[in-house]
Design a protein around this ligand. Structure first.
Ligand SMILES: *[C@@H]1O[C@H](CO)[C@@H](O)[C@H](O)[C@H]1NC(C)=O
Ligand SMILES: *[C@@H]1O[C@H](CO)[C@@H](O)[C@H](O)[C@H]1NC(C)=O
Ligand SMILES: *[C@@H]1O[C@H](CO)[C@@H](O)[C@H](O)[C@H]1NC(C)=O
Ligand SMILES: *[C@@H]1O[C@H](CO)[C@@H](O)[C@H](O)[C@H]1NC(C)=O
Length: 398
């Protein structure tokens, strides 16, 4: 009897505190990506020239702008990907909704021939000033065609605001993979922005300061892969992945006290943070100087997780590999079981949660956007194009 009363009390407490089982809603899904082209001739030319090879691309990241447009990235990890940054149109084709190139087809169609264009994009971020920050890795199938760069688009007009080429001494040509950008706008001033970019393959962190148009590179051993976590078992299939610093998010802007960059290495189970004060101070990192003491270990989760995101309340989200679930953790609490909570378990749809963002919907409420793919099957070449392989999903948070 006491047991039942006790459980009821817990349940009531949870309900009062707003706990409800969470649900993922599929917004878009694909068996294979469907690329739209400006004309039939462009499509045929791309097919003939080997610049469009069906089944070669997969979506990695997702974000949504003020007008509700969904952006996806398709990094050129192989040849035959007609464009690397796209919006999802409202027109459907046999395998899913048609993608449209962003900002246009010409920006992508040289496939590394014209370095003013876009060569390969892993991830993007849309900021509060309605700008799209794009990190162009400059590589196709590991060949460095162009230097990596940061591109910024005005999403109202779809025009390029500026681009910044990463200096040669801040990446390793053909080896680095400049991947995820996170963006911090200081005191609401759009021209006082700092961008943090992860180098996944030659582990490091780039900091770009828009006000001075300078960047610097930071390396620390906590950004390196931990080979103990090299094997990823996703939906009963195993692959080996050796990647460094991967997921990143920031303490919300409104937070009192010291703000930090939260990050994790893909091939690892650690969660870490570093104060913005330290990484924003360029003089600390001159001449490859090291400061291991500023990279704090927060905890270990015992398993790998994909991309991470943070909401305005300081709740940090990540898609765990086992169980295939999205977990949430309040950054003011210890990073361990009981505080790291499973929000939704969905092995069929989650698979590899490669992209995750907190966005604001039309009502101003926060929602999670998740891009998932079957990375394990892509890498083991067992992908079945008769079933759904790529999804973009949403989840109400608050
Ligand atoms: C990538 O390049 C290597 C040689 O550098 C080649 O063997 C391989 O087939 C290429 N892969 C794709 C998918 O284009
Ligand atoms: C589809 O999108 C276009 C613009 O991209 C818009 O003009 C049109 O109204 C949309 N159609 C529907 C049915 O939503
Ligand atoms: C930055 O933006 C502020 C307004 O937000 C403006 O007053 C200032 O002149 C701008 N500075 C530069 C360097 O563009
Ligand atoms: C930046 O770091 C240097 C040491 O490298 C230190 O002397 C200086 O006070 C720091 N600046 C700020 C604003 O924290």
């Amino acid at each position: 009897m006491i047991g039942i009363v006790f459980r009821l009390l817990i349940l009531i407490t949870l309900v009062v505190n707003g706990y409800r089982p969470k649900k993922l809603t599929t917004l878009f899904e694909w068996k294979d990506l469907e690329f739209d082209f400006p004309s039939k001739e462009d499509r045929e030319a791309a097919l003939e020239g080997g610049l469009y090879i069906m089944k070669n691309g997969f979506p990695v990241d997702v974000d949504v702008d003020n007008n509700g447009r969904t952006f996806v990235t398709i990094p050129r990890l192989s040849k035959g990907i007609p464009y690397s940054l796209a919006t999802v149109s409202n027109r459907s084709a046999a395998n899913g909704p048609l993608l449209e190139p962003y900002p246009n087809y010409e920006a992508h169609s040289s496939h590394g021939g014209d370095c003013d264009g876009i060569t390969s994009v892993f991830r993007v971020t849309i900021d509060q000033c309605n700008r799209l920050w794009v990190v162009d890795a400059g590589t196709i199938n590991k060949t460095q065609h162009c230097p990596p760069k940061i591109l910024v688009y005005n999403l109202e007009k779809d025009t390029l605001l500026f681009s910044y080429i990463i200096p040669e001494d801040q990446y390793v040509s053909g080896k680095s993979q400049l991947n995820k950008p996170v963006v911090d706008i200081m005191k609401g001033q759009c021209n006082k922005t700092k961008v943090y970019v992860a180098d996944v393959k030659v582990p490091g962190l780039l900091v770009f300061d828009q006000a001075t148009e300078k960047s610097w590179r930071i390396e620390d051993k906590s950004m390196n892969p931990d080979l103990e976590f090299e094997t990823f078992t996703i939906a009963d299939e195993s692959i080996n992945l050796i990647d460094g610093i991967y997921g990143m998010s920031l303490t919300p802007n409104s937070f009192r006290g010291e703000r930090s960059l939260y990050f994790h290495v893909l091939t690892s189970d650690e969660k870490r943070s570093v104060p913005l004060k330290a990484i924003n101070n360029a003089s600390m990192w001159m001449n490859n100087e090291k400061h291991p003491d500023v990279f704090k270990l927060i905890g270990n989760r015992g398993v790998q997780c994909g991309d991470e995101a943070m909401d305005s309340f300081g709740i940090n989200y990540c898609g765990f590999m086992d169980p295939l679930s999205i977990f949430a953790w309040n950054i003011n609490t210890p990073y361990r079981r009981g505080y790291v909570m499973e929000l939704v378990n969905d092995p069929e749809r989650l698979q590899f949660a490669s992209g995750m963002k907190v966005i604001r919907n039309k009502q101003g409420r926060q929602e999670l956007r998740v891009s998932s793919n079957r990375l394990q099957r892509i890498y083991s070449k067992t992908i079945d194009y008769d079933e759904v392989n790529f999804r973009i999903m949403s989840m109400k948070i608050n």
